[in-house]
Design a protein around this ligand. Structure first.
Ligand code: A3P
Length: 293
């Protein structure tokens, strides 16, 4: 483990044109030694799309719905965050070493930075997409509390950066599009946060089928119950409350913030919304993905 250093709000660092949290960018080289296994399951998302939610769902599925087994570790240890690298905290590659197969691994990387071994080993991917307006709002509050990001500035300036792809992991638009395109040639289950909110049981059944498992109906109901926003918010193993303060400050904004569809309406002005919609239409032209917001 490296020594703890000052991690307060360094600027993003570009790798192959993609802006990343500086320490993640610096640690990315270590992913060259990553060897995917055919029985790995990769959770892929653009940040703030519901990564933690689907991670807990998948771990509960893998543990047969046994909450005691899920209580073995916090979510960020049960599901390794592949590119995570912050001085003084075990990296994603380090936590991966302690995870028995079949492994659950999460990433936010765009395809340009994804280790090729994932594709070569035909690793199954569960991708979750969320409407970009709620993502932008959630990301703004996450930037405020997760101090490994640069200062977010005002909401207005952050929204401009989001549209310009000048936030960590770059363009949301490109991310959701390229993983959607990949789903035509690679085993990707492409889910939407809004569908999960609308009918979590239906979406969990899709996940079960995709990972080739089945569980009794009462176990599925139990998973639905224990992966609800309220349960996860109050579960210290899911809500990131154990993360050191110099990385996340929940007094600024909790990680489990609102967990709703349409919170953007409380943040966007009419002018911001019109500008966003026009920009969205340009960037998503020719793409048949539709989002509910
Ligand atoms: P909000 O900030 O809009 O509340 P990620 O895990 O990808 O970082 O995403 C975090 C977002 O997902 C946050 O959104 C968080 O509240 C929401 N979230 C986490 N668990 C959830 C759940 N069980 N149900 C609904 N939303 C959830």
């Amino acid at each position: 483990m490296k020594l703890a250093q000052d991690t307060s709000r360094p600027p993003l660092e570009y790798v192959k044109g993609v802006p990343l949290i500086k320490s993640f960018a610096e640690g990315l080289g270590s992913l060259e030694s990553f060897q995917a296994r055919p029985d790995d399951l990769l959770i892929s998302t653009y940040p703030k799309a519901g990564t933690t939610w689907i991670s807990h769902i998948l771990d509960m599925i893998y543990q047969g719905g046994d909450l005691e087994k899920c209580n073995r570790d916090p979510i960020f240890t049960r599901v390794s965050f592949l590119e995570f690298c912050v001085p003084g905290v075990p990296s994603g590659m380090e936590t991966l070493q302690d995870i028995p197969a079949p492994r659950l691994i999460k990433t936010h990387l765009p395809l340009a930075l994804l280790p090729q071994t994932v594709l070569e080993q035909k690793v199954k991917v569960v991708y979750v997409a969320r409407n970009p307006k709620d993502v932008a709002v959630s990301y703004y509050h996450f930037y405020r509390m997760a101090k490994i990001h640069p200062e977010p500035g005002t909401w207005d300036s952050f929204l401009e950066k989001f549209m310009a792809g000048e936030v960590s992991y770059g363009f949301w638009y490109q991310h959701v599009r390229e993983w959607w395109e990949l789903s035509h040639t690679h085993p990707v289950l492409y889910l939407f946060y809004e569908d999960m909110k609308e009918n979590p049981k239906r979406e969990i059944l899709k996940v079960l089928e995709f990972v080739g498992r089945s569980l009794p109906e009462e176990t599925v109901d139990h998973i639905v119950q224990h992966t609800s926003f309220e349960e996860m918010k109050n579960n210290s193993l899911c809500n990131y409350s154990s993360v050191p303060l110099h990385i996340m400050d929940h007094s600024i904004s909790p990680f489990m913030r609102k967990g709703i569809i349409g919170d953007w309406k409380t943040a966007f002005t009419v002018a911001q919304n019109e500008r966003f919609d026009a920009d969205y239409a340009e960037k998503m032209a020719g793409c048949n993905l539709t989002f509910h917001s």
